[in-house]
Design a protein around this ligand. Sequence first.
Ligand code: GLY
Length: 350
Amino acid sequence: MRTLKVNLKENSYDIKIEKGILKSLGKEVKEVFNGEKIFIITDENVDKYYGTLAKNSLEEEGFKVEKLVLKPGEETKSFETMPKIYDRLLDFKLTRKDLIITLGGGVIGDIGGFSAASFLRSVPFIQVPTSLLAQVDSSVGGKVGVDLPRGKNLVGAFYQPKKVIIDPLVLETLEDRFFRDGMAEVIKYGFIRSKDLYLKLLKLDSKEKLMENIEDIIYECCDIKRTIVERDEKDLGERMVLNFGHTLGHAIEKYYGFNKYTHGEGVAIGMYNIAKLSEEKGLVSENYKDLIKEILIQNGLPFNVSIDEKEEIIEAISLDKKNMGSTLKVIIMKSLGNAEVYDTTIDFFR
Ligand code: GLY
């Protein structure tokens, strides 16, 4: 078992990582919550495998539990889903002394966390991430929110959970494509902050080998994210390095209607292409694009797309909420394991 503490003064919390920990969910929750009612938000895919296990474990500890099972997929993370969640919370008569648990991937963590942040002006919540992407990234750091028809993550909050409970064993039931999706974010941590992690990942050239080391890998990623979030919780400076490859990645995901590439695949393409552009523009003294390509291929991730409609991708970048000012911030890997924020304009991509 590995534990990390995210130090954010009165909003500090533990991240616990342990294979099989889901079976003891009730006990884990009891360590930080002594109220009566718990409302679980999950999706159909996760509920099928883990919904009953989670509910039973909580009920064994004496909690009164209700579960809302949403449809899987990004469409659920819409502002329009919110009234449905609030209705169910009202039916259950959840109060500010009770608790919400998000049991799922990034979509469930984000929309469930935003429900917790906004219902009755905030109810405590615990993240139980079940995808690799959510375990290494989205469940840590308190970013919660929903999409609007005009773009992703346009409404949300910084709202920290009371605890993050990570069971790497649940990754056994995650589709391979979504395991690879999470690996793009894992690889990202190596590039932005840890050459050692990158070198370790190079040696783990199969899912079996990765799974043998998964507790440590998740721990290392969460530790990097924890350090960054502690220094820049509100994403005004250093936290932006977590977006290495994301500006281009988001634009590519959006351009293809969010159904051709997963988030991680978009990020993989973004990381490679940013490295290529940085090299072409003479912004880095050493070139890393081949190194990025090698590890992406090893993990079954794409690195390049033939972008005929380049202008439309650039338009998608300029519509991203992060790029609405006259300057554009891109993340550049200055050396292996060290990324920095670079102020530029949209012309960087031309
Ligand atoms: N996923 C990027 C962040 O939490 O800042």
